[in-house]
Design a protein around this ligand. Structure first.
Ligand code: NIG
Ligand code: FE
Length: 402
């Protein structure tokens, strides 16, 4: 062991027993991996050169925000005002505002500007113990601008203290140049944008917005087929505003997660169960759009579909860079237990990104990504918002103090 953390409590988030708080714990790190997990009695630390006394702190896996749109320019506070005067999100989108307003601003911005803006937003997530963040494109909607966004995400991944999963979301909205020609835009995505993103190794996954103001199931299916052909994994924005059957489609094609899912029906739940797809809840967007249709939590629970929780940080529906706020909302708005909320940002979030073999649990052999908290019980992570409880994050074995 290169480094040993002692005098701590931890929740491993391993399946079954992982929420049990183990006191008097010891965690050993070798290189970028966890190499020992146990109690102080089981560890011989005599004369070890690098022992860190955590002074009774609580250690969890580093948090994973598995769904964000962190990269964009401008903001949409004007639409927030419009919506509060009664104009629906869909109406604003149909009038050329919404996602397309952010597309205009993002196309005009340089890579450096987008990078600086995203780095600022990331600070909020880091304060909540995030060590892995998924970042989507989707405000470029052209070959050049989608790749520009993904390059910015890859540049963020070069930082030592955060790991980034990148997702191509070219099928987010129809760009103005393709008005009334959605299938031509899908051709562009399948024939040019996906191949280029794959060839330049800019994307881990491909996402779609399957919705009556987004793309049809048939169009999303074409995008998924192209993604599979290029070895990329699949995700979907599905059943957010209406029930289109997009979740079942995505699951049947092997998607790692389907996200939003307020309008998911029992058949959709069965499909997630059958295909091992994670249900990602985005309570920030639910709250911000003042939605009333609740995701089918009881059915997901009964079917044992893993539930993840993410910020969906974006300028239109969730301008909130706090994953702990989302855990709190998942519990207060959707009724998740604090254990389910914590699984939602650790082991289940890792699975939503296809990273559950290597991240999201405190387990020997996994990457040494941890969050160290000045808290006594893991339920406090979900219960309390805005108090600076984080002491440090550990990313690939390196310490970053809060
Ligand atoms: O996840 N649903 C579509 N996409 C985003 C919203 C994007 C926007 O309004 O800018 C979401 O909620
Ligand atoms: Fe989203």
């Amino acid at each position: 062991m290169d480094r040993v953390l002692t005098n701590l409590s931890f929740v491993s988030m391993q399946p079954e027993t992982g929420y049990q708080c183990i006191h008097d714990g010891v965690i050993g790190i070798t290189g970028n991996k966890i190499s020992f997990v146990g109690k102080s009695n089981d560890a011989d630390l005599h004369g070890h050169p690098d022992v860190i006394d955590c002074q009774g702190a609580l250690v969890t896996p580093g948090f994973i925000d598995c769904h964000t749109h962190l990269i964009f320019a401008g903001n949409r506070a004007n639409e927030f005002e419009q919506r509060l005067q009664g104009v629906p999100y869909e109406t604003i989108a149909k009038q050329g505002g919404g996602i397309l307003a952010t597309v205009t601003a993002t196309r005009e911005a340089s890579e450096d500007t987008l990078y600086e803006l995203a780095i600022e937003r990331l600070e909020g997530l880091k304060r909540d113990g995030v060590t892995t963040v998924e970042i989507k494109s989707g405000y470029g909607l052209s070959l050049e601008d989608e790749l520009k966004m993904l390059r910015v995400a890859k540049r963020i991944n070069e930082l030592d203290d955060i790991k980034v999963s990148t997702t191509l979301l070219a099928a987010h909205a129809l760009p103005p140049e393709y008005k009334d020609k959605p299938d031509d835009y899908i051709d562009l995505i399948c024939q040019q944008i996906i191949p280029a993103a794959a060839e330049q190794q800019l994307a881990d996954a491909v996402d779609v917005f399957c919705e009556n103001i987004g793309f049809t199931n048939a169009q999303c299916q074409r995008v998924f087929i192209a993604a599979i052909e290029h070895g990329l994994s699949l995700k979907g924005h599905t059943e957010q505003l209406s029930n289109q059957g997009g979740s079942a489609l995505a699951a049947s094609m092997g998607a790692t997660s389907v996200d939003h899912i307020e309008h998911l029906d029992q058949q959709g739940v069965n499909s997630l169960k059958h295909h091992g797809t994670v249900a990602t809840l985005l309570p920030g967007a639910f709250y911000f759009l003042r939605e009333t249709q609740m995701p089918p939590i009881a059915h997901l629970r009964a079917a044992e579909v893993p539930m993840a929780i993410a910020t969906d940080f974006n300028p239109g529906t969730s301008p909130m860079a706090s994953l702990r706020l989302m855990m709190n909302m998942a519990s207060t708005l959707f009724g998740l237990t604090p254990e389910e909320s914590l699984r939602g940002v650790t082991c289940n979030a890792a699975q939503a990104l296809g990273l559950h073999e290597t991240r999201g649990q405190i387990r020997v052999g996994m990457e040494a990504d941890l969050a160290i908290w000045q808290l006594e019980h893991p339920a406090e992570l979900t219960y309390r918002i805005g108090v600076p409880d984080l002491l440090a994050r550990v990313v690939d074995g390196a310490f970053f103090y809060a």
